[in-house]
Design a protein around this ligand. Structure first.
Ligand SMILES: Cc1ncc(COP(=O)(O)O)c(C=O)c1O
Length: 368
């Protein structure tokens, strides 16, 4: 039995007609950017997240960068974030000219260790950009409290957390603003690039709208220095066709996670820890195991494809050598990344496939 890490065909088939007829309409009208589909998606996805404002953008990296720029963050400023994330989180900060300052992660949730944030705050700190990694939300209440006491903005990297909840509030609508990616394999993904920004701050929303379209509200009138961060109509058609199914797909992912955790109980694999009050959406289902690389190779031989998200923490990437971080400064992050393995996870994966993955993991431990 071959099991892909993500299989998008199964999701496409039932939506194919709706998506293709929507794309045909766009092409017949030739209104390709920021048209009626983007405007409708902006209302629909903002409402889904419980946010007042929604702004469609070109991708997740741009979403975070635009938020920071709209907050006035730039050279000389520091933004506190994590090193255990996709590089884009740090790029979004670096591209403003500001400096990312990394904090270690919690060993159970693999998310920002909020208890370590305060000691990283300096006179230059302007914001905290945390990441709801793998579809689990960060412990927001203490983080918001720290931000309030120090006058910092809070930006949510919700690129892996469409619909994830923290104490009844959805990711993207808890901090000052949230950035989403609609990369094709996300819980809500387009068929190309796409991104989204949510905020409840009207003034910030106005600036964000302008920055994503060359700093203009009226064509060829540029009030701010922006860039081309627009979302395409064709992607908005795909995303609007998928959005009504997102809550059900997320619920299925939670069921799959429950089954994986139940089947792996009693093995050396450490299954994901959930914090109370948190409704995760399992963009990724990540276990921690000894001999991770051997297990990954063993599963591949059996036709099971897995991933590592992410094998090298950002503070040890060559691209950011100039920040001066050394091995050993982020002990939890460095230990976790050597053991994590992401198992096949998507809404349409079936119980038989999950059982086959779990049986294969058990077989590996029995042999080793
Ligand atoms: C945590 C995180 N942040 C940011 C991004 C960047 O999103 P995009 O690839 O759409 O630019 C991603 C996407 O992979 C992500 O997973």
């Amino acid at each position: 039995m071959n099991i892909q890490f993500v299989d998008l065909h199964k999701q496409y088939e039932p939506l194919k007609e709706e998506i293709l007829s929507g794309i045909e309409k766009v092409l017949d009208g030739m209104h390709l950017f920021l048209g009626e589909n983007v405007q409708a998606l902006e209302k629909e996805f903002a409402q889904f997240c419980g946010a007042t404002h929604g702004i469609g953008v070109s991708d997740g990296t741009a979403s975070l960068n635009i938020i920071l720029r709209a907050m006035g963050i730039g050279p000389g400023d520091e933004v506190i974030t994590v090193s255990h994330t996709f590089i884009a989180t740090a790029e979004a900060i670096l591209l403003t000219g500001a400096k990312p300052v990394f904090v270690d992660i919690d060993p159970i949730t693999y998310l920002m260790d909020v208890s370590q944030v305060e000691k990283k705050i300096t006179a230059h700190t302007k914001a905290i950009l945390h990441v709801h990694l793998y579809g689990q939300t960060v412990d927001m209440d203490p983080l918001l409290d720290i931000a309030k006491r120090h006058g910092l903005r809070v930006v949510e990297d919700a690129c892996q957390a469409h619909g994830a909840e923290y104490k009844g509030r959805k990711a993207g609508a808890i901090g000052d603003a949230g950035g989403f990616s609609f990369y094709y394999s996300k819980n809500l993904g387009g068929y190309g690039e796409g991104g989204f920004i949510t905020t409840n701050d009207s003034e910030l929303a106005d600036k964000i709208r302008k920055i994503r379209d060359h700093g203009s509200g009226i064509r060829y009138h540029h009030d701010l220095v922006g860039f081309n961060g627009r979302l395409e109509e064709i992607q908005a058609v795909v995303l609007r066709a998928k959005l009504p199914h997102l809550a059900e797909w997320n619920a299925r992912r939670r069921e799959h996670a429950r089954l994986y955790s139940e089947l792996l109980r009693g093995t050396p694999a450490i299954t994901p820890g959930e914090s109370s009050g948190n409704v995760p959406v399992y963009h990724l289902y990540v276990i921690r195991v000894p001999k991770r690389d051997e297990l990954q190779a063993f599963l591949k031989e059996r036709g099971i494809f897995t991933g590592i998200h992410y094998p090298i923490p950002i503070h040890l990437q060559r691209a950011v050598d100039f920040l001066g971080y050394k091995k050993g400064v982020m002990p939890v992050t460095e230990n976790v990344v050597s053991q994590i393995l992401s198992l096949p996870m998507y809404a349409e994966i079936c119980d038989e496939e999950i059982k086959h993955v779990a049986d294969s993991i058990k077989a590996f431990f029995e042999l080793s």
